[in-house]
Ligand binder design. Sequence first.
Ligand SMILES: Nc1nc2c(c(=O)[nH]1)N[C@H]1C(S)=C(S)[C@@H](COP(=O)(O)OP(=O)(O)OC[C@H]3O[C@@H](n4cnc5c(N)ncnc54)[C@H](O)[C@@H]3O)O[C@H]1N2
Ligand code: MOO
Length: 401
Amino acid sequence: MISVEEHSARVREVVGTRPVVRRALGDCAGLVLAEDIAAGVPLPPFDNSAMDGYAVRSADVAGAREDSPVELPVAADIPAGRTDVPALAPGTAHRIMTGAPMPQGADSVVMVERTDGGERRVAISAAAPEGTHVRRAGEDVSAGSVVLRAGTVLGPAQLGLASAVGVDRLPVLEPPRVLVVSTGTELVHPPAPLLHGQIYESNSVMLEAGLKALGCHVETVRSVADDVAEFRATVEPKLAEADLVVTSGGVSAGAYEVVKDALTDSGITFGKVAMQPGGPQGCGRWHGVPVVTLPGNPVSVLVSFEVFVRPALLAALGHVATERTRVRARLTETLNSPKGKRQFRRGYYTPGEGQVTGIVGPRGGPGSHLLASFAQANCLIVLDEETTEAPKDSTVDVLLL
Ligand SMILES: Nc1nc2c(c(=O)[nH]1)N[C@H]1C(S)=C(S)[C@@H](COP(=O)(O)OP(=O)(O)OC[C@H]3O[C@@H](n4cnc5c(N)ncnc54)[C@H](O)[C@@H]3O)O[C@H]1N2
Ligand code: MOO
């Protein structure tokens, strides 16, 4: 039996790291930036108005008051997007909109609410000291400065900034194409009717959802019968199009262990990991393609995905944070765990207020077929290899899902 850490390290090694590709911004959400990005233009690119109103010389409106407005001729109109902005002559105003370039000679903006809104002449009823409502070129970003560092996870703000400084493609770690293969002669897909002895397939649906949430491209073989020749004939032709294969089922100790039987002499190592659920595991390379074989019980498959596949893929994709957030919480009831195995129990975590630790209670028993209770859980409770009983009110480790 190998430890959770040993198998994690093997899976990470097999999954490896992803190459760098340049991608359009629209395809970069959630990916990790591979190189520093410098601004091609300053932000803002030019001095511009922060308000709809009138661009003026501050000296011309210094004496403007509510009860004694200053009246100026309106010499030009500057909507946002105007590129041929005329200079402002002393003693005049230009009507200007938010985001429009400041005319040469103007040094402040009076918002329209402090005026009568005139189009030919405008009565201004408030002073606007130099710089009022003017957004300066470069005050956000200076040209040439690094705006995004390699290693940044690209979310909406980061992608918006890249576009704002004139970038249309970014170097990112490329998401892998993952082939998901569920095995089991008993598997049927809704809405087909079930015969006694058959079950509806769920593992590929879970794996596909988990993988897509990481940005992976997923192709799914929703079920292959427990037949080695059929497994090989179905999966082998698809290997050329896959950067990773994740299988479910067929890896334990029975007579029809299709994945184990098909891949044992093909570069995949099978063994038991000291954890519950998720004991039977395997990984390796098949025709050079990384393969991770997960056990078939639905809870085992999802816990194994959380513990091994997800962190390995996050690392491959350049993420520094590969683990779920780990917190400590007080147990609401006593839990038992097998000696020598790390147990992952589905739980529901409720955060504490202020300095008070949160509380956590199990959802369902430890059985790896109890999927309904997983669907009610928001965390995994981790009981280490030494723990056989975690008493009510003791503090335990919790991974927030
Ligand atoms: N003699 C032993 N038997 C078993 C052992 C063992 O050590 N010795 N380990 C048990 C543990 S622990 C697990 S976990 C399972 C793993 O078995 P397999 O990976 O070979 O999985 P299967 O036998 O194919 O399936 C197990 C279970 O899960 C259901 N299943 C499988 N695939 C799906 C799917 N895609 N969607 C929904 N449900 C699925 C399947 O019908 C079985 O009920 O082995 C134990 N046995
Ligand atoms: O390891 Mo199995 O995954 O306990 O049910």
